[in-house]
Write a protein that binds this ligand. Sequence first.
Ligand SMILES: Cc1cc2nc3c(=O)[nH]c(=O)nc-3n(C[C@H](O)[C@H](O)[C@H](O)COP(=O)(O)OP(=O)(O)OC[C@H]3O[C@@H](n4cnc5c(N)ncnc54)[C@H](O)[C@@H]3O)c2cc1C
Length: 288
Amino acid sequence: MFAALGTKVTLVEALSRVLPLSSVDEDCSKVLQREMKKRKILVHLGRMVNAIEERSEMLQVIIEPSTLLSAPTNKTKGSITVSVDKVLVCIGRTPNSENMGLETIGLETDDNGWIKTNERLETNVANIYAIGDVLGPQKIMLAHVASAEGIIAADNAMGDDRNMNYRAVPGAIFTSPEVANVGLTESQARGQGHDIRSDIALFRTVGKAHVIGDIAGQVKIVSEVDTGGILGVHIIGPGAADLIAEATVAIQMKATTRDLAGTIHAHPTLSEVILEASSLAIDKPRHA
Ligand SMILES: Cc1cc2nc3c(=O)[nH]c(=O)nc-3n(C[C@H](O)[C@H](O)[C@H](O)COP(=O)(O)OP(=O)(O)OC[C@H]3O[C@@H](n4cnc5c(N)ncnc54)[C@H](O)[C@@H]3O)c2cc1C
């Protein structure tokens, strides 16, 4: 976003790809990095900021090989210094559950301080529920997850018996282009023993992308070979954060690629890229 506003941006990432989140498809990271390069964003992967020094009203950022990767490559060896006006730091979150007296009521947290709950979002203390970021990264730290958890916890506190389901949680990242995902990545699906296929449709294959002049990006559908059951959808491109809603409903309803490919999508809209990807997934591409 800053680059789009004309700022010269340098990005430093300690791991080996941009957006190195387990929920983000590796191909989305590659496309995003390619688009960043087109926007002249300098990306340093496998490197960490070691120190920031103030010198003549500028900040000297000293960038070293990452200690989070096993060995530096030729690209990441040595130290680099970048001179900048501003530094934005965006690295991880920690719980804020200390000094609240949780221990006085015997409420359990894990070793890192995240509050433990069961599927009903009840803590180990009867009638005390917890929701949101304080449950930690295992439960997905997003605003809409906190909101959904709040409803489940409130219903249970009022006598209902509902479990929180994290199977169909959409994630949206407001980079340019946007990235959005729901369900499993290819590697997560394989890791869970699924026999999968991955089908990719490019935004450039749909007319609306050309109409709005924004053709970079793709949709990837990860589905089960036998059943066509949709396990994950990964989008990078225009409107990704909105388009993921269709994929979220599909996963929530346990839809198959055949269901999506058999659904009429309005023309000309960006949603046709999902139609294209699902048509590929049943070996009936429309514009191949
Ligand atoms: C930079 C950034 C960008 C984000 N972007 C997105 C996004 O685009 N989409 C998305 O879905 N999520 C996003 N998130 C995550 C989202 O903000 C959180 O998942 C969400 O706010 C969690 O809600 P919560 O109610 O659990 O916690 P919070 O929103 O953090 O609310 C907790 C509240 O409790 C208060 N508090 C803390 N201790 C005490 C105390 N002892 N007594 C009383 N009050 C206390 C805090 O001040 C705070 O107001 C982003 C987070 C960050 C940091």
